[in-house]
Design a protein around this ligand. Sequence first.
Ligand code: KG4
Length: 362
Amino acid sequence: MHMEIINNKPIYGIGIESSCDETGIAISQNGNKILANPVYTQIDFHAQYGGVVPESASRLHLEKIAPMLQESFSTAGITPDQLSYVAVTVRPGLVGSLLVGYYTARALADFYEIPLIPIHHLEAHLYAIEIAGIPVQYPFLGLLLSGGNSAIYKVEGLSNITTMGDTLDDAAGEALDKAAALLNLSYPGGPVIEKLARSFANKGEEKFDVLREKGGVRNLARNPLPKILATQPSDKYEFSFSGIKTALYYLLEKKEKTYTPEHLAWAFQERVFEIVLRNVTNALTNKKFPRLVAAGGVLANQTLKKQLAEAAQKTNTEFISPPPELCTDNGAMIAALGFRYFQNGNFENLSQEVTSSKKWGV
Ligand code: KG4
C-alpha cells in the first residue's frame, strides 16, 4: 500500500528519540515541516562522570519523556488523535534508554491504533537534511560521525544501505571526548577541542617553529601524534581512532611541558579528521557518488565541514550536511524518516529489517 497526501490534508507524525543522552520528541507535518521539536540533553548530568552513565541516562529519559510529550502537543497545537504514525528509534543505542522511547511510542500507537514505525537511528541522521529543506536524493555517500558511531555508507534508497567502512575501535566523537578527558578539558570534548584547535591554527605558522627553554631553541614536531591506518588500501574505508588516543596518553605521561593543550587539541583533531577525509576522498574517487551527505554530532565541527566541502568539490560531488542543531540527536529526524516509511506503506517487514544485526552490523 502506498500512502498519498489526500486532498492536501496534512499528515501529522511524531518522532521519538531516546537512544543515548538526548530525549527528543518532535511533531511533524508531512515529514519535513516541524511543528515542535523539544530536545532535552543530559550532557550537564553526565559531564561530572566524563561520559554517559547508561543507568542514569534511562532514568533521566523516564523523568522527562511524559512532560515533553505534553509540551510537544501543546507547541504543535494538535492532539494525539490527529497523528497518523509514531516513529521511534529502536537501534542502535543504550538498551535501557531505547526502551523508554519504545514503550512510550508503543503506548501511543496501540491506543490510537496507528502504525508504529521502528527507526534505525543512523539512517535517520542522514534524513535530517530534509528538515532543512533539502530532499534526500539517491544514490549518495553517507558519512556518519557521532559519539557512538563512525561509518561510511552507500545509500541507494529507503532502507537500501550498504556499509562501506566502519570504525575498528572508537567512534570519532568518542575519541574526541576521551582526548579531552586526557587533556583535562570539559565534556563533551568535541566542541572544546574544536575551539582550542582553532585558536592554535589562528596563531599562524610561527607557532610550530621554536620552543625557547633554558636558553635553547628546539623545533617542535608539527603533529606529534601518529598517522593511523596510513597503509590502508584506497578501496578500504575503515576508521580507527584509539591509537591516536593511546599516543596522546603516552605523550602526556612523559610530562614534558613541550606542547601546549592548544597544540595537542589541534594535533588530535587533525589526526581524527585526516582519516575521515582520506576515506571520503577515496570513496568519492572510486565510486563517483553525485552527492555526499554527512551528519552526526561531530559534523557540528566547522573545520571538518569546510574540509569535507573542499574534498567533495574536488570530485564534483555535491556536499550536504544539516545545520549543527540538526546534526546532534533530535526527534525531528526520526519523524522525517518515519514519514518516508509511512508514505511507502508496508511496515510488516520493517521491524525485522531495522532490528537485524546482519543488515546493519551494529
Ligand atoms: O550525534 P551525537 O549528538 O550523539 C551521540 O552519539 O551521542 O554526537 C555527540 C558527539 C560527542 O562525542 C561530541 O564530542 C561530538 O559529537 N561533537 C563534536 C562537536 N560537537 C559535538 N565533535 C567535534 N566538534 C564539535 N563541534
